[in-house]
Write a protein that binds this ligand. Structure first.
Ligand SMILES: [Cu+2]
Length: 121
């Protein structure tokens, strides 16, 4: 009997731990929006001195990953400083999870001709 109760508790505990796992929760002093269900990951390639796609719409809670495919270094830097990848060498990537609705224009700090937008709905 007692062993059964312990087993049930262990299962419940494991379940709740799994439920809140995540590797991008470091900025969690958030605003009450729940990034939970339905959040997805989207990708932006940095290639040929351009962001592709240059206009991307995501949902609140979605994570966007920029990957630099060029030989040259690039950054993905929000004009309003919401996010900043820092220098990305070839093959490096940077991820950011969007938690606030709005349109964020961003650019490459190293190449003023490179700009794009993320729209968060
Ligand atoms: Cu660049």
């Amino acid at each position: 009997m007692k062993a059964n109760a312990l087993l049930i508790m262990a299962v419940l505990l494991a379940g709740s731990l799994a439920g809140c796992s995540g590797d991008s929760m470091d900025g969690s002093t958030g605003n009450g929006d729940s990034p939970g269900e339905g959040s997805t990951s989207k990708s932006v390639d940095i290639s040929g001195y351009a962001f592709s796609p240059s206009g991307l719409t995501v949902a609140v809670g979605d994570q966007v990953t920029w990957t630099n495919l060029d030989s040259a270094s690039h950054t993905a830097t929000a004009n309003d400083a919401t996010f900043d990848s820092g220098n990305l060498a070839k093959g490096e990537s940077y991820s950011y999870t969007f938690t606030t609705v709005g349109t964020i224009a961003y650019h490459c700090d190293l190449h003023s001709s490179m700009s794009a937008t993320i729209t968060v709905e």
